[in-house]
Structures are given as C-alpha cells and as structure tokens.
Design a protein around this ligand. Structure first.
Ligand SMILES: *Cc1c(COP(=O)(O)O)cnc(C)c1O
Length: 412
C-alpha cells in the first residue's frame, strides 16, 4: 500500500521562534542601522553564536549568501581583473559574485566521485593572475580540504569556502567553514539553516573581519560604547562598502534555528545512511562518495547519480519528474554544468563591457572543458533535505520511486 503520510515540513519554527520574532518587532530596533536600545542586537547575538558554533573568531551576517560571497571575495583581496577558480558544477551565484567584483570566473572540473572541485584540476588552472579559490562543498559531499588547503598554501592563493549546502558538517572534526581564509553561508529559505533570506561570512583573521564588517554596512564600523538612542555605527574613511545587512527579524529567526541545526542534521544523517544501504542493492543509481576527511556530513540536497546505461543518457528531468510524483515532494534535476547552464550568461550580463576584446574572450563559458561536470550535470537528481528529516524506514519509498522511474525508463 502506498504510504501517503506527508514529508516533514521545511522551514520549521517553534513557539520560541515566535517569541524571538515578536521581541525584535517590539524592541524598536529593526536593523543594524537603527538606534541602539541598550540591549544586544539580534544581529550581534547571531554573529557571536554562529562564530562559536563553527569554531571561528568572527561572523558577519548579511542579507543573503551572494552578499556574503561578494564581501568575502573583496575582503580577501580579489580585485578587478583577477582570476578566481570556481567549480564547473555549482549554483550560479558562485560565478555571479566573482563577476560582480570585476574578476574572472575560471571554471574548474569536478572530481567524478564527490562532484566537488578537483584539486588536481584546480592546480592545472592556476595562472599568474589567479588570486583565490572558491571551494564549494556540495550535495552532501565536500571538497578534499587536505589537498585544497595544501594547494592554496603552496601557490599563495586565498581560500574561500562556500558552505551554503553544508551548515554544521565537519572535516576531521572541525566545522566546514573554519578551513578557508573566509567562508560564506546562505540562509535562504530552502537551506539547512534559514531565516527566509540571509547569509553569513566568517573568518578567524581580525583584519579580514574588519573588512567583512565594514563592507556590508557601507564602510562604517561598530563602536562598543554607543549611547542609547544613537547609532552603533561610526563613519570613517578607508573602505568602500554596500548595504548588505541582515535585518533584526531575520537575525532573530536565524539565531533560533541554529539551536536546532545539529539535532536536525543527525536525524538527516540516519536517513541518508539508510538510503545508501538500500541503494547498494539497486542497479543504476548511486550516491556520491564522501571523502574520508568528512567526519560528519550534511546535505542541503542529496545527490543520486544515474547510470546512463540503465536510465538512458541525460535522464535527470524524467527521473526527477517521476520521483516527484511518486514521493509527493519536489525532487529536482541537478543543475547543468555552469558552461551549459541557462542561468550563466556572462557575455550578455554587462560584465563583458562594450567591446568584444579580451574581457569577452576570458568570460566566454565556451572556452572551458569540463567533462566530469558536464556528465554529472545531466545524469543526477537531487532530493531536498526535508525528506531525510523523516525516519529511516521511509527511505524505502525513495527506493520504490527510483524503481518505478527505472521501469519507465527501460520501457520507453
Ligand atoms: C544558495 C547558494 C548560494 C547563494 O545564496 P543566496 O542566499 O541565494 O544568495 C551560493 N552558493 C551556493 C552553493 C548555494 O547553494
């Protein structure tokens, strides 16, 4: 008989979330740039709690993950004309933010087992203009941080981790996001930790922190001794910034969600392990490899790779549609590799300028060869993390959904 129980809801909140939100509303201070009320702002409280959670010295909340990536790139010294290595398979914001700071996104192929940026391919892509590596941990796996930290040290490159898929995961016991010179997280509605729209940039370097803080609040700096009724921000020269701040409402919700993250990830892990047991006996679909260093995994979207010999080539759309119908939850086709992705349009974005000179040539996605990213980007589906908040025994539904999708593929 079909199991018709709904999947756990996402996002979640409790009575405590409502208390926090109401307290922010009634406090009269709704933003970093609102007058000091005497108490600590939610934004500051969340920053401290998130830094403690990760084991880093500083966190700077932002209005979204893209803003966190943008200020992190700038704070790490990426300038117009620099090259930044990014994986060929990732969300388009990784490339857009590199463009936004005037730099050149250099697409690097992924490791076929983890689907994260290959350190060997990254090394081969380094030129004298390379300034930074954006290491994006994706789909429940992770970049090989042993190899990647050694590489960036050897070549004197900045390492920026994008942890928007992996809040709370650990590498050799330390949280992802604590390895880079800086790291960025998205807190958008569908992520593992969310406040609707939001982001965080983190670092343990005080000079980088000063830049992160100031760049997201139009160059201003916080003073600790602000009198009640006045701004905590002071204007001073030196840093060009933007308004990328997180509101007090968002910070109140994020602070509350953080207290549930570890427990939710542990639940998801039990169900992910169960699905992996079931997939062992299934011909044609398999999970990603988790590198040895990944001591606790976390998955925003869980990737299931499809064997084209069984499902047919490029089966991601059909399988995602079939699984979505079977499970009653939206399973998505994996995003295509960036150089094949409809959302990545650097040549018409304005960033290539008015002439078709060198800038257009170096931004042209067609110049990259990314065989592993290209293959993976057509032959996988991603399951949203709320499915794994359900108990392990419900993973049999996912397997029977895959069985149906395979039967349809074989008969068509
Ligand atoms: C979601 C996401 C982002 C962008 O975050 P926004 O909050 O949507 O700006 C960046 N990188 C990755 C890998 C993401 O998944």
């Amino acid at each position: 008989m079909t199991d018709v129980r709904p999947w756990p809801a996402w996002p979640t909140h409790t009575a405590r979330t409502e208390r926090h939100l109401l307290a922010a509303l009634r406090s009269g201070r709704w933003a970093v740039s609102g007058a000091h009320t005497g108490g600590e702002s939610y934004e500051q409280a969340f920053a401290t709690a998130f830094a403690d959670f990760l084991g880093v010295s500083h966190a700077v909340p932002t209005c979204n993950g893209s803003a966190a990536l943008t200020i992190a790139l700038e704070a790490l010294g990426v300038r117009a004309g620099d090259e930044v290595l990014i994986p060929g398979l990732t969300w388009v914001a990784c490339a857009s933010t590199v463009l936004r700071v005037g730099a050149v996104p250099v697409l690097v192929d992924v490791d076929p087992d983890t689907l994260c940026m290959s350190a060997a391919a990254a090394e081969a892509a380094i030129t004298p203009r390379t300034r930074a590596v954006m290491a994006v941990h994706l789909f429940g796996s992770a970049v090989d941080l042993d190899a990647m930290t050694a590489l960036t040290r050897r070549h004197d490159l900045a390492l920026l981790e994008d942890c928007s898929h992996v809040h709370g995961a650990t590498w050799r016991g330390a949280r992802l996001g604590s390895f880079g010179d800086a790291a960025a997280f998205s807190l958008q509605q569908t992520k593992l930790l969310t406040c609707g729209e939001g982001g965080v940039a983190v670092t343990s370097d005080p000079a980088v922190h000063d830049l992160l803080y100031r760049k997201r609040v139009d160059g201003r700096r916080r003073r600790a001794d602000a009198p009640v009724g006045e701004l905590e921000l002071v204007e001073l020269p030196g840093v060009q910034g933007y308004n990328y701040c997180m509101s007090e409402f968002n910070a109140a919700v994020a602070l509350d969600g953080l207290s549930r993250l570890d427990e939710e990830n542990a639940r998801r892990r039990r169900s992910m392990r169960r699905l992996e047991e079931l997939l062992e006996g299934f011909d044609g679909a398999r999970p990603l490899t988790r590198p040895d260093g990944l001591t606790a995994d976390a998955a925003y979207q869980y990737c299931v790779r499809l064997d084209p010999a069984v499902f047919g080539p490029g089966a991601k759309d059909a399988v995602a549609a079939s699984l979505s119908r079977e499970l009653g939850v939206q399973v998505e086709p994996i995003d295509s590799a960036l150089h094949r992705n409809v959302l990545y349009q650097p040549l018409t974005s304005g960033w290539a300028g008015r002439t078709d000179g060198g800038r257009a040539r170096e931004l042209d996605p067609a110049r990259f060869e990314l065989p592993h990213a290209e293959f993976a980007g057509e032959n996988a589906v991603v399951i949203p993390h709320r499915v794994f908040l359900a108990p392990p025994e419900r993973m049999e539904l996912v397997l029977s959904g895959l069985e149906k999708a395979r039967a349809q593929a074989v008969s068509s």
